[in-house]
Design a binder for this molecule. Structure first.
Ligand code: ZN
Length: 293
């Protein structure tokens, strides 16, 4: 595989544009994305997989100019997570403003899930950018959007299917899935009954949950739904269980039980049927006027 790093020089500092400049150089883009091959074509001379306790991945470079780099990946993690980690570290490697700290970038599993922050902390911002790059590279926008169009509607089973197709973790798929869906939704990630974090569509109301807090007891997410690897059916849920400012619309929820106590819970607002109901009434009120003419 041949990818010119010079072609990335003109695209600036947008993770999306850097990833697109990489992808555009790969003919007949294979899915799942061959991330190791891409990294090696761009100057990563070694990808080491070793058991690590304190972080998920690292990038060590030859110097601040990042001519060459070496990526360390946690052997304890699932192969799909490892692929994402390589994408994330490659993001640090290619981003023109990511100057390696002394000893290189060391990224934790929390860093790998950072997807939004109002903070101005440079390190956090760089982690979010590395994740944005990894998502754009591993779940290429054009192909991913076609998949969403084909699948129609919201369903956690889609996330399982997409994880299999792209060979990345369901969690990484879920963040992008929620972001690109037309219908506003949110996903809460939890572990052993406690909220880890959530991600949401820009138009979905803010969730009243904190990282580390118990999953709200009345939710489907908290209910015992066995150890099934299939998502539950959608169920109606009182919006006040999750939302800080519940609106008039109803809400429904679907949960997927994963391994080792992990769960993800998809939330959507009920169809706003009031608009549809209004239309016939409006037509009726107009009809007599037309008839009088
Ligand atoms: Zn990082």
């Amino acid at each position: 595989m041949r990818i010119s790093r010079m072609d990335l020089d003109d695209v600036g500092a947008s993770p999306q544009r850097i990833a697109e400049a990489v992808i555009s150089q790969i003919p007949d883009l294979p899915i799942p994305i061959p991330v190791e091959e891409i990294a090696c074509a761009l100057g990563i001379v070694e990808i080491r997989i070793e058991p690590i306790k304190s972080f998920e991945g690292a990038l060590i470079t030859t110097g601040p100019e990042k001519a060459e780099g070496s990526i360390l990946v946690n052997a304890r993690s699932h192969p799909r997570r490892r692929r994402y980690t390589i994408g994330h570290e490659l993001g640090h490697f290619l981003h023109p403003l990511h100057v390696p700290p002394a000893g290189g970038f060391h990224c934790t599993s929390d860093d790998m899930s950072r997807n939004n922050s109002a903070g101005v902390d440079t390190r956090i911002r760089q982690e979010i950018q590395a994740n944005a790059f990894a998502a754009e590279l591993m779940l290429p926008r054009s192909v991913f959007l076609r998949d969403l169009k084909r699948m129609r509607g919201l369903d956690l089973e889609h996330i399982t299917e997409l994880g299999n197709k792209y060979q990345v973790s369901k969690e990484a798929v879920a963040r992008r899935y929620v972001h690109f869906q037309e219908e506003p939704s949110a996903i809460v990630f939890s572990h052993k009954g406690r909220v880890r974090y959530f991600c949401k569509h820009d138009d979905f109301p803010w969730l009243d949950v904190r990282s580390g807090a118990p999953v709200p007891a009345p939710s489907i997410a908290a209910a015992s739904v066995g150890s099934a690897t299939r998502a539950t059916d959608w169920s109606e849920i009182d919006p006040s269980v999750w939302l800080s400012r519940p609106n008039q619309r109803g809400m429904c929820e679907q949960t997927l039980v994963q391994q080792a106590g992990y769960r993800m819970t998809l939330q959507a607002l009920d169809d706003d049927s009031s608009e549809d109901e209004d239309e016939p009434a409006l037509e009726e009120s107009w009809t007599p006027k037309f008839r009088r003419k």
